[in-house]
Write a protein that binds this ligand. Sequence first.
Ligand SMILES: NC(=O)c1ccc[n+]([C@@H]2O[C@H](COP(=O)([O-])OP(=O)(O)OC[C@H]3O[C@@H](n4cnc5c(N)ncnc54)[C@H](OP(=O)(O)O)[C@@H]3O)[C@@H](O)[C@H]2O)c1
Length: 242
Amino acid sequence: MGSKQKTAIVTGASQGIGAGVVQAFLDRGYNVVANSRNIIGSGAFAESSQLALVDGSIGETAVAAKVVETAISRFGSIEALVNNAGIFFTKAFTDYTPEDFKALSNTNLEGFLYITQAAVKQMLAQKSGGSVINITTALAVNPISGITASVPMITKGGLEAVIRSLASEYAKEHIRFNAVAPGPVDTPLHKDNPKEFLKTLTPMGVVSDVNDIVDAILYLTEARHVTGEVLHVDGGAHSGKW
Ligand SMILES: NC(=O)c1ccc[n+]([C@@H]2O[C@H](COP(=O)([O-])OP(=O)(O)OC[C@H]3O[C@@H](n4cnc5c(N)ncnc54)[C@H](OP(=O)(O)O)[C@@H]3O)[C@@H](O)[C@H]2O)c1
């Protein structure tokens, strides 16, 4: 890093991948604004001179605005945004309800849209580039028979498509847009799924640790010439049949 301390925003930060990303950014000397619906009450982190916590559902415009305002008022700039907040569940395509679709769209898509718009406005004003990373999934390009995730994939597929458009739109300003696409990761999302079953979802027969995903996020955050990429960290699950 340069001499000036950089600031990163992480959504969905109270547990799992998001909490790992917050800790990794703090360890590297970044200032961090961490958000989830209940990050303060979760006890995952304590506020500090380097860390601000903002409660609220990131799909609400007011919460997105508050997260960005907090970054600017507390730390003075935004260099990186990790759109990690996400919900996921499976059912037969015909069983997804309008409420399911609204919940998936609200957290996964609106939770990306409003905060990314506000963060990009700030990055444009700073005139020193920036990094935005979406967290998607290997299932977006390679569905697995029996994992009936069609409607969540509308959102994850969209999050992969939009980075290509935005990588092109903001290339000249050096604001970079990438995605990390995990396979199964050992987080509370899978607390009810046996590890032996999760291992069957990758050709390598592995379940990733949070740190496997965090390493990819850190790489893309600082890879100054990489934009429009989807980095799969999935034991090979984005291609082929096994
Ligand atoms: N684990 C996997 O195997 C896996 C695989 C592929 C992709 N992913 C993706 O990776 C990301 C993180 O997954 P994870 O396994 O770490 O999930 P997780 O353990 O379920 O944690 C999700 C986090 O998101 C927060 N959150 C949920 N809804 C939110 C909202 N509306 N606004 C703000 N924060 C919200 C939760 O905190 P609150 O309850 O306090 O809001 C929590 O901190 C997700 O986008 C997921 O789709 C995970």
